[in-house]
Design a protein around this ligand. Structure first.
Ligand code: NAP
Length: 267
């Protein structure tokens, strides 16, 4: 079994990563940064997102595993003080995994160039300077003329991140859907948009055709691109999924409760 361990710069993450490295070598695993069977992220959900992007093009072959060095994150099943249990679980690994959806986005720039990006949490198109103008085409049909700050397209696992902060629904990651949220939509007698989260099935594409302004910003997970001259963007759930190494049960609603309400002591 080949594994690789990514960590953030916090000293607890570095120490934990070293301990995991030693532990996996002790049970006869190899370290392989290029083609790991399991990519382990040590840090927060942000670190996990970076690990996902590093191996995005290898998701069919890589399983992912998160170790959180702060509170329990949404992408981490393990905590820094559980390394011994984690190594035991890796030794007894039955090659089981659990899949979560990935969002694919195709960007067409004004100069005709195109770029494909993916996100595990969300992709946001916005115009930070002034009102963003966009036509939204839903499953091939004109849906609305949007005016406001921007639009956010999130995966189910990203629904607890930025999307939740702007009024989105929390969606169980077993649901194969994407969510569109408007960011600060303008609604008055002149402009009218749905102003509610829209849940789109995995078979459908949302296209956003932008006004001719030159200062759009695209945020996708921990990445961003500014001052973009974008003509249009297409959003659809990917045919591929991220696979998490399933070494223990993932209880999504328990995590939601723990992260946002904290009333039960279930973890
Ligand atoms: P960041 O500082 O790395 O993350 C901001 C916060 O979002 C952190 O507390 C992070 O948890 C948490 N987070 C990340 N993914 C999550 C998920 N799927 N469910 C629940 N919480 C999650 O910020 P960044 O580098 O700019 O962006 C990374 C992600 O953070 C983005 O994809 C975005 O969704 C989220 N974010 C949210 C807001 C907001 O809610 N207003 C603002 C900026 C960014 P950890 O501490 O475990 O890393």
């Amino acid at each position: 079994m080949k594994v690789w361990i990514n960590n953030n710069t916090k000293s607890i993450s570095k120490k934990t990563a070293e301990k995991i490295k030693q532990g996996v070598l002790d049970i006869g695993f190899e370290l392989d940064k290029k083609n790991p069977d399991i990519a382990i992220s040590v840090g927060g959900d942000g670190t996990f997102l970076k690990t996902f992007h590093e191996y995005r093009n290898k998701v069919n072959n890589v399983r992912f595993l998160g170790v959180h060095t702060g509170h329990l994150g949404f992408y981490a099943d393990w905590r820094d003080f559980e390394v011994d249990e984690l190594i035991k679980a890796l030794k007894n690994d039955q090659n089981k995994s659990i899949k979560y959806p990935i969002l694919d986005v195709e960007i067409t720039f004004r100069n005709g160039e195109t770029k494909k990006i993916s996100s595990l949490n969300e992709t946001i198109i916005k115009r930070p300077s002034q009102t963003m103008r966009a036509d939204v085409i839903l499953d091939g049909e004109f849906f609305e003329k949007f005016r406001g700050d921007g639009l956010c397209f999130s995966t189910p696992s990203g629904s607890t991140a930025y999307a939740k902060s702007i009024g989105g629904a929390v969606i169980h990651p077993k649901s194969h859907v994407m969510q569109m949220n408007e960011i600060a939509p303008i609604n008055n007698r002149v402009y009218r948009s749905i102003s509610a989260p829209i849940i789109v099935p995995s078979t459908q594409t949302v296209e956003v055709i932008l006004g001719s302004e030159k200062d759009y910003m695209v945020n996708y997970d921990t990445n961003s691109q500014t001052n973009c001259e974008i003509k249009s963007m297409k959003f659809k759930l990917s045919d591929q999924s991220i696979k998490f190494a399933q070494l223990r049960d993932r209880h999504f609603w328990g995590r939601v409760e723990h992260a946002f309400l904290g009333t039960n002591d279930f973890l």
